[in-house]
Design a protein around this ligand. Structure first.
Ligand SMILES: [Zn+2]
Ligand SMILES: [Zn+2]
Length: 384
């Protein structure tokens, strides 16, 4: 009975939405599936054929609430088309806002670019599109400092100037930054998360009230590269990073640090229990939920068509610490999408948790209460 009443309510909302946004019975059907019949029920019946296959076959199902995706990427070759694709996705997914990030490029990557490539096209849609920057400049500077061992005054000055330049240009945060990143879109990368430039970045992030979005495979102790990954291009031995990450978190508790890609784990050590310990100890830590239906990885949040109970328990214990970060690429590829998988996760959460994880926590992370602008800082500087 309960489910039936929810179906009717959601169908009513769906009809209103559909008339406004989609104007097609297909859209009404899609929302009805998500709300009333229930994503759970559909996925349960489809899960006999495997949840990934079910998602691939399903009509796109938007989020039940207007949600925020804090971590996506884009086609840098055609910014106008990218922005148009993201704006279409905002309607299709029922997203309030989608944040675009720059991949964490290495020093010698000829493909590297940064926020400037998309900001001019995205800026006029600031209500719906945000941009994080530094992946193509700050991240290579950190990787350079790791390889040379030089993080002296000149390097720090240059790093700070670049970070503040990005703030002036209008980025909403620093990302995507890398501490332990296996080779893929970008080369293999390692930097200690408590590297002097990361500590400096935390201070800058705290000063301007913006978050740092960090890509870091979980490596609690030094270990060989996990089986199934190749070296080269990856390192044969991995450095421990958990304690160093804790030092970064403790360095400036006012710096909001987002640890990207929860549920998309390549070492097997990013467990609910390890996340619990970190969240208990560090109030400035946030985690982005991701699930790639094409490469699920270890410790997934979503399996067999359901949010796994051990992750749901953690979300309920720390309802203010999780956000959605699908890692979707726009324009979207064919076949099963990352955004659809995280939206399916979101739709399965209890309503109050859905509102926090889908919307309110991201609003908090990207709010800048009392933050000073880089322009103000410049005029208050030593010249005066
Ligand atoms: Zn990443
Ligand atoms: Zn990413």
């Amino acid at each position: 009975m309960k489910r039936r009443r929810r179906s009717v309510d959601c169908l009513g909302i769906a009809i209103k939405k559909s008339v406004g946004q989609y104007r097609s019975w297909l859209a009404i059907l899609a929302v009805w599936i998500a709300c009333g019949l229930g994503a759970n029920d559909v996925l349960m019946s489809r899960s006999r054929r495997g949840p990934e296959q079910a998602l691939a076959e399903a009509t796109p199902v938007p989020a039940l609430i207007s949600y925020i995706d804090t971590h996506t990427h884009f086609d840098e070759h055609d910014p106008q088309n990218t922005v148009a694709a993201v704006l279409r996705a905002v309607g299709r997914e029922n997203a309030a806002k989608i944040y675009l990030q720059i991949p964490p490029f290495g020093v010698d990557d000829a493909m590297k670019y940064d926020a400037e490539i998309i900001l001019p096209a995205a800026r006029q849609y600031a209500d719906n599109i945000g941009v994080l920057g530094g992946g193509g400049s700050l991240n290579p500077m950190i990787m350079q400092a790791v390889s040379t061992g030089d993080s002296g005054p000149d390097v720090r000055k240059q790093f700070k100037e670049r970070a503040e330049g990005l703030i002036r240009e209008g980025v909403s945060g620093f990302g995507e930054m890398a501490a332990e990143h296996f080779a893929g879109t970008t080369a293999y990368e390692y930097a200690p998360p408590d590297h002097p430039l990361y500590l400096l970045l935390a201070d800058i992030a705290a000063q301007y009230g913006v978050p740092i979005d960090m890509h870091m495979e979980a490596v609690p102790q030094a270990m060989p590269l996990p089986v199934g990954l190749k070296s080269p291009p990856n390192a044969a031995q991995l450095h421990a990073n958990n304690s160093a990450f804790e030092r970064l978190l403790a360095h400036n508790p006012r710096a909001k640090i987002i640890w990207a890609h929860l549920g998309s784990d390549n070492t097997g050590f990013r467990t609910p229990e390890s996340a619990r310990q970190l969240l208990k100890a560090h109030s400035n830590l946030y985690m982005e939920i991701k699930c790639d239906p094409r490469a699920v990885g270890k410790n997934p949040v979503f399996a067999d068509g359901r949010v796994k109970p051990e992750w749901l328990k953690l979300f309920q214990e720390f309802p203010d610490k999780f956000i959605i970060g699908s890692d979707q690429h726009y324009p979207e590829e064919d076949g099963p999408t990352r955004w659809q998988t995280v939206v399916t996760i979101l739709n399965q959460l209890p309503a109050s948790l859905r509102q926090r994880i889908g919307r309110e926590n991201a609003e908090h992370v990207f709010s800048r209460p009392g933050a000073r602008s880089a322009r103000t800082e410049a005029t208050d500087g030593v010249d005066q």
